[in-house]
Design a protein around this ligand. Structure first.
Ligand SMILES: NC(=O)c1cnc(N)c2cc(Br)sc12
Length: 318
C-alpha cells in the first residue's frame, strides 16, 4: 500500500472502531461481536506500529495511553463550573419556583435530571476531537486528567460532528463495579473505598492511566459550557444535541411544565433510587429556556435558574 492508502485505511478503521465503541458503550447496543472489534483494533495497532507518524492522538488505540504522570497540570475552565443551591423539602422547591417566576415575570418550564453522585468533570473538544479533560477543582481552576478520562469508553474521542465545545458531566463508578473493587481490595488487605463517589474520584486522581482504565468508570454528560455555531434555545435542546454528538446523557431526564410536576418527579425517584445501577444524591431542577436562564443569571457561586433537591442521606446498612 502507498502511504496515502495507509492513511485512508487508518482513517477508515478509526471511524469504524469509534462507531463500534459508541454502539457498545454509549448505546449499550453493540452491532458486531467483540471479536470483530478486536480484529479491527489489532489491524489498526499493526498499521500504527508500521507507520507511527500516521498515528493520531485521538486514535482508538490511544485509550490507555501515556506514562504515569509526576503530577496533574492546572487548567482554567473556559466558563466557570458552578455549584448548585440546595433544596431539602417541598417548600424549598415552591420557594425556588416563586423566585424564578417573579424573576422572569411569568410562567417557566423546568427540566429535571438525576443528580449523579460522582466527580464533576469538564471535557473540551475542538473540531470534534477530544482535546482535554479536567476536574471541577474550585470551579475556575481544575486539574488536567485527560489521560485518565480517555480510559472511560463512553467518552467519545471523536464526535459525530466537527463541533468545538466544552461539555460538563459527572464521572461515576457503577454500584456493581464499586462492590467488586472493594471485594478485591478486602482480599488484598487494602483499605476499601467508603462509597462509589470516593472510588471514582480516587480512580481519576491516579497518576497512572492503566489503573484508571481498570476501574470501569462511566460518565453522564449534562451540560455544555460553550458551543460555537449551534443555536440552542433550551436545556432540553442541548441534551438532545449532546446526544446527537455521541455523548452519553442520562435517559431519565424530564421536561416539567409546573412545579407540581417537578415535585411528582422528585417523589417518584425517592422510591426508585435503589433500582438504579449507579448512585444519585438528589435531583437537579433547571429552568429550561436559555433566555430565562440568562435573565435570572447567577449569584457569586451558583445559578438562580437551577437548584439541587437533596435526598436525605441513605441509612448505611451495616
Ligand atoms: N444533570 C445535571 O445537571 C447534574 C447531574 N449530576 C450532578 N452531580 C450535577 C452537578 C451539577 Br453542578 S449539575 C449536575
Amino acid at each position: 500500500m502507498t502511504e496515502e492508502q495507509v492513511k485512508t485505511k487508518i482513517e477508515e478503521l478509526s471511524t469504524v472502531l469509534n462507531q463500534y465503541n459508541y454502539e457498545y458503550h454509549v448505546l449499550d447496543k453493540p452491532s458486531v461481536p467483540d471479536a470483530e472489534y478486536d480484529q479491527k483494533l489489532h489491524e489498526l495497532i499493526k498499521l500504527e506500529q508500521e507507520y507511527p507518524h500516521l498515528r493520531s492522538e485521538d486514535s482508538p488505540t490511544q485509550r490507555v495511553g501515556g506514562e504515569p504522570l509526576e503530577g496533574f497540570q492546572k487548567v482554567e475552565h473556559r466558563t466557570p463550573m458552578l455549584s448548585l443551591g440546595n433544596a431539602f423539602n417541598e417548600q424549598d422547591l415552591r420557594d425556588f419556583d416563586r423566585r424564578v417566576r417573579e424573576g422572569v415575570g411569568g410562567e417557566v418550564h423546568y427540566v429535571c435530571e438525576l443528580k449523579i453522585d460522582g466527580l464533576a468533570v469538564s471535557l473540551l473538544y475542538e473540531n470534534g476531537r477530544f482535546i482535554r479533560g479536567a476536574t471541577r477543582g474550585d470551579g475556575t481552576i481544575g486539574e488536567d486528567i485527560t489521560n485518565n478520562l480517555k480510559t472511560i469508553r463512553s467518552i467519545p474521542l471523536r464526535l459525530k460532528q466537527d463541533a468545538t465545545l466544552e461539555v460538563r458531566g459527572e464521572a461515576f463508578m457503577p454500584k456493581a463495579s464499586f462492590n467488586k473493587l472493594n471485594e478485591t481490595r478486602e482480599e488484598e488487605g487494602v483499605e476499601q473505598f467508603a462509597n462509589p463517589r470516593n472510588a471514582a474520584a480516587g480512580s481519576l486522581r491516579q497518576l497512572d492511566p492503566k489503573i484508571a482504565a481498570r476501574r470501569n468508570l462511566d460518565i453522564f454528560v449534562y451540560g455544555a459550557g460553550q458551543y460555537e455555531g449551534k443555536s440552542v434555545e433550551s436545556h432540553s435542546d442541548s441534551l438532545h444535541y449532546m446526544s446527537e454528538l455521541g455523548f452519553r446523557t442520562n435517559p431519565e431526564w424530564k421536561r416539567c411544565d409546573t412545579i407540581e410536576e417537578v415535585i411528582e418527579y422528585v417523589e417518584g425517584w425517592v422510591e426508585r433510587r435503589p433500582d438504579l445501577n449507579y448512585e444519585i444524591d438528589g435531583i437537579v431542577i433547571k429552568v429550561d429556556s436559555l433566555d430565562h436562564q440568562d435573565e435570572l443569571g447567577t449569584t457569586v457561586k451558583s445559578p438562580r435558574w437551577a437548584v439541587a433537591y437533596k435526598f436525605p442521606a441513605e441509612e448505611v446498612v451495616t
